[in-house]
Design a protein around this ligand. Structure first.
Ligand SMILES: Cc1cc2nc3c(=O)[nH]c(=O)nc-3n(C[C@H](O)[C@H](O)[C@H](O)COP(=O)(O)O)c2cc1C
Length: 167
């Protein structure tokens, strides 16, 4: 099984979740920042795990990433988000895809989720079969992750394996 984990992260929290997910997946696992993510998806990828921060109830946009830089994030993360990367991918309907995001715990009752938005785009554009969508929580805009979220991400990664296997 070959997995590609693509993460977008302004303050490092989504990247930390992506690395935890990658550490608990079997087989060959590659982890890349969305800035370096390949287009098209390499043919040998069985499972794509894609994650980003929830910005304004959805996936980030150029403007929300600019806002994050204004709040202290590194400028290099402003260039591209998972919305733009997914938007440039050709159809790969056979690939299993799991989407995750990070969100602020205080507003967890609000419906907006980058992972859910990504899942909709993936399904609509034939970029894969969505096998899981999940949110992980941070205390505030720049983090940190809530206690236990890294362990929850590891368990989530293990739960993806059966869904990712059959082709
Ligand atoms: C411009 C902007 C908009 C945001 N909008 C939301 C939101 O709608 N809902 C939410 O839960 N968190 C929101 N957040 C908080 C982000 O989800 C949080 O910064 C992110 O999870 C941190 O992950 P990162 O370190 O990987 O960037 C927003 C943050 C920024 C900078």
């Amino acid at each position: 099984m070959t997995t590609l984990v693509v993460h977008e992260s302004m303050f490092g929290n989504t990247r930390a979740i992506a690395e935890a997910i990658a550490a608990d997946l079997p087989g060959h696992v590659e982890v890349v920042d969305v800035t370096d993510a390949p287009t098209p998806l390499p043919a040998h990828v069985d499972l794509l795990v894609v994650g980003g921060p929830t910005h304004a109830f959805s996936m980030s946009r150029a403007g929300t990433r600019r806002d994050a830089v204004g709040q202290g994030a590194a400028h290099e993360h402003e260039v591209r988000g998972i919305r733009e990367w997914l938007g440039g991918l050709p159809r790969t309907p056979h690939v299993a895809v799991a989407a995750f995001d990070t969100r602020v715990t205080k507003v967890r009752r609000l419906p907006g989720s980058a992972a859910r938005a990504a899942g909709k785009v993936i399904a609509r554009r034939g970029l894969g079969r969505v096998v899981a969508v999940e949110s992980f929580y941070v205390e505030d805009v720049s983090g940190p992750l809530l206690e236990g979220e890294v362990e929850r991400a590891r368990a989530w990664a293990r739960s993806l394996v059966p869904a990712a296997h059959p082709r």
